[in-house]
Design a protein around this ligand. Sequence first.
Ligand code: NAP
Length: 490
Amino acid sequence: MLRRGFWAMRAAHQSQNAAYSSLAGSALLRSQAYVGGRWVEADGGGVFAVQEPASGQRLAEVADCGPRDAKAAERSNLLRKWYDLMMKNKDELAKLITAENGKPLNEALGEIVYAASFLEWFSEEARRVYGDVVPTPSPNRRILILKQPIGVASIITPWNFPSAMLTRKAGAALAVGCTVVVKPAEDTPLSALALAELADQAGIPAGVFNVIPSSKSNTPAVGEVLCTDPLVAAISFTGSTATGKILLRHASDTVKKASMELGGLAPFIVFDSADLDLAVAGAMASKFRNTGQTCVCANQFLVQEGIHDAFVEKMVKAMHKDLRVGSGFDEQTTQGPLINERAVEKVENQISDAVSRGACIVTGGKRHSLGGTFFEPTLLSNVTTDMLCTQEETFGPLAPVLKFRTEEEAVAIANAANVGLAGYFYSRDHAQIWRVAEQLEVGIVGVNEGMLSTPEAPFGGVKQSGLGREGSKYGIDDFLEIKYVCFGGL
Ligand code: NAP
């Protein structure tokens, strides 16, 4: 029944979907790999299909690269023009994201502006890769410290921010003079290929920026080449912690520099002293952006007992008022489909586990009547720390709420995770703000703020959320080597 509803919806979307059909002839809709400055078929000519999650429609058949293609790619530099071209083509690039990822068009546009901002930021940072001249104890010597590009960098990106996760890495790498080979996620290769087209138009030299899309079946072998080939100096990965560990193991054999932006389990703590309306607004932004599919999404809401009931009530009201599920191309939509069926099953599984252990579904709780991979925004109360939804990343529109009594208890629950990417808390008690900001074991803290990402600030996690930082003045370090030159005989 549900399936039939979905196919009917799909037909309706297809016929209404002017945005999709306008993409069909787009010069930015590329399907071949981009290697050495040329658009090429995969070795052996294989392809894989890219589908629109909202309608199930086939968007493109993309070259399915294998390990032999991964070995062919190479080197150099240029950014500002690439940024300008991204901004000039932002509407078309945003449509591509909405088509292949499903997120609402205005969020996709936000992602393009955010993604482009990394090219702008690193085009400026490229002029500030300073070395040092260090005071020396020996009068006949000078100590010089040079910073040099590390060499070829492999970049593997996820589907949830198919443009921004790419430019955050490639912008830094190209700024310092590295060359890159990018492997985008199977679900969203079209955004990466469009960026290759614009890199080409910007005049980035052939071989500097390469994109090798691959299907999930080829990915492990391609990933192995990208992490083990002796020509590769660094691997920069964004994705799940499980995949990050595989790549780190591969990279260890040739001792490559590795930067890892991995999964999180963000706590969102609301203390009794919080400004309730501000906390609800922050919770909505943090939880439901990209339909709950961001690595910094609030994963569990810890709410102090004095404010708990009021928070749940206001949050549910806001969810009913502000969230609209539908195709990302529909202007009213705030919640697109989940990326694929596996993602839906994970959310369903977490909900049924929580309910079986005593949680209550306050709103939502099941697949949306639109069918496909659409899911109802859901809030669970009576949640406890033995439930899966507090132990593993959800990556969907599920807000589990736990009640706590003391600050120590909330911090202990938050810090029990073996990952630590983002954490949020709301409080108007200044002493508490300093204490909790310092105690939370995460790389990014939002104090009375639910939206944190900006190119000026360092992005990254502690514990099993990763290694290194992206964006900010620190983001180029992953692509640089430090060389000490001892200048003697003076
Ligand atoms: P994923 O399964 O780890 O996939 C991410 C990328 O790795 C995709 O390109 C994927 O390709 C590739 N991949 C998977 N297995 C591989 C292997 N054995 N060798 C080489 N590459 C491999 O993660 P996801 O589910 O797509 O993304 C969601 C995760 O990313 C979440 O955990 C989220 O928290 C994390 N994330 C972190 C950040 C951050 O900045 N810390 C930002 C965004 C997302 P295929 O698509 O072909 O499988």
